[in-house]
Design a protein around this ligand. Sequence first.
Ligand SMILES: [Zn+2]
Length: 379
Amino acid sequence: MNEPIPGNEMFEALMDQDVIIMAVNVRVTPGVAEGIFRAARDLDSAVMFEIAKSECNVGRGYTGMCPEDYAEQIKAAAEKVGFDCWALHADHITLKKGDEKDVADTKRLIDAQVEAGFTSFAIDASYLFDVEAEDLRVALAGNIAVTTELAKYIESRMEGTPFGLEVEVGEIGKKNEQGHVLTSPEEAVTYVKALNENGVYPQVLAIANGSTHGNIYDEHGKMVEQVSIDIPQTKAIAKALRDNGLHVRIAQHGITGTPRELINTMFPRGDIIKGNVGTFWQNIVLDTFKVCQPELYKDIYDWTLENYGPKNPGKPDSVVFGKNVKYALKEFYDRIHGMDQETTSTIEAIAYAEARVFIKAFGSAGSASKVRAALEKKQ
Ligand SMILES: [Zn+2]
């Protein structure tokens, strides 16, 4: 019990239903993971725990964790709470160059993730886009080739064990003079068709649809809500995938800062089937530290400003801190993970309450039973 279930089986069980699966990046696990698991258990909601390559890798990433650390901490939290309907997803396995070394290094990361027990993987080769090419398929050729190679590598490493697969077309958060650069329906269809032709069948597709990772700020350095996700474009992409008979739906990245009432009323559930919430949980931990661990908070604050202020001339301190504090997590790993029980309990209570609101907004209460029923049927 309490081992993660294969991501594809969770996606398949909930595809085209009125549900978005909450996928949480928990950069600081103590308190947060237990709180989220308890909310998932109490509301009978399937949940994914994920972590990206930049956050967690063989060199430990900016959270100070290697894949085994993260897997162990999340499994321990699931065990403690007694919750079974969850998957462990390796998010943003990003390749920025796609050359031989990049691919070889990525395979070493995948080895570590497979050994740690991850049950779902997101290959992100979205940077490999040839803007000069006139033909879409040619422009996407680099992404298609690298994604195919790595998907087949994961398949061979998993040795017949089923796993979830997410792929990415369109760089999330990318902007030009006109604003956010959005993925087009044609681009999504061309990309997934090419992968299918190569024998690669992802269940979810990450697209650029106007969201940005992490906290966002106005020009005065005040944190603002995110209302830039283009819902009509997202629906159009999902429709195009369906119309072309492609068995893939959308993963919404960068949800932090999006008002929950907007998620609840506007997000097209069933078109979007996975919703990533990451920085939100980090914000909870830091806000709690302000009161429960003021010295630790001050040290983290000072360290971030000292190291990232000079690299961001002219930016308000609030922005420098909010955008870069994630890099302090490794530096302060021992002190953060050694926080006292009262702080951990406070964080857990907040994470629990907030996770309940997300689960409600994602329509995923009751989804765990559906996944369990689908798994039983298969046996
Ligand atoms: Zn993302």
